[in-house]
Design a protein around this ligand. Sequence first.
Ligand code: TRP
Length: 343
Amino acid sequence: MRIVSGIQPTGNLHLGNYLGAIRNWVRMQDELAEGSEALFFLADLHAISMPHDPEALRRGTLEMAAALVACGIDPARSVLFNQAQVPQHAELQWLLNGTARMGWLNRMTQWKDKAGKNREGASVALFAYPVLQAADVLLYQTTHVPVGEDQKQHLELARDIAQKFNNDFAPKDENGEEAPVFTLPEPYIPPVAARIMSLRDGTAKMSKSDPSDMSRINLTDDPDEVMKKVKKAKTDPEPLPSEREGLDGRAEALNLVTIYAALADEPVDAVLATHGGQGFGAFKPALGELLVETLRPISSRFAELMQDREALDAILARGAAKARERAVPTLDAAYTALGLVRG
Ligand code: TRP
């Protein structure tokens, strides 16, 4: 098994990022069998497809790398890198641009959503985004890609590109059998990612762009801030129910229970079985404690790494070197299959 996954390097990591994507990555890494490998990267090349601030991208990339390591991605076991240090991603993308069809890209819902009514003004990179994503995956003979609902269509496209490239260009061996250049990657359905909502509004996702810092728990918040935010979190006056149906129509209460369940690694039903009947005056301090204990080692490791730029650079440089090594044979095969002559 070879797993590959990327994440956009947004700064200001919060609990939603941790309990959503990042913790799943750590679990996949920890559960990998002998002989399998995971590559995790920061999709910094993808980040330039939308208007962006270079300084914010630089900082976001370093922060995201530090956060991943702080949360448990082990650079000695997994290959952790940023795309910009592995030029093979951009190279393979260009080669795949010959195979990807305009019609396929035109159907991508993320393209339609992000370009909106202003397609003429959207960047070429936004349109070609899914081809770069296909390159990310196909470059490594990836067998499995952990994807959420929103990225399924992009993975399907990567398979279509791989299939067409293999059909059109894969060399034949002496028995006339096709020797495929690319492996068709399968989706890997990750253990359910918790959907964490704002502490101020149980119907909006927890987000780094919410103007109120009270709406989110940042991975860098100190224990006092965490406690304060939990205690001030919006709730209703009812005590917690002892069954899940009792949370219907109580978005804020559901969110706090969901956070507790994710942190304690218990089903929501189990949390309610224990805490049902409690008012928020009792439940919130329990949740706050659990959060502080979970975040303590993460935020101290994160702060350490952010203060040691050399160590962080070294982690990314080593990861990129490993990634390049793994990428080269497939990239060479793609050049050759296309009839491109290189020295
Ligand atoms: N587009 C993905 C996202 O926004 C990030 C990504 C880039 C990715 N390349 C990838 C995910 C390759 C999986 C595999 O979430």
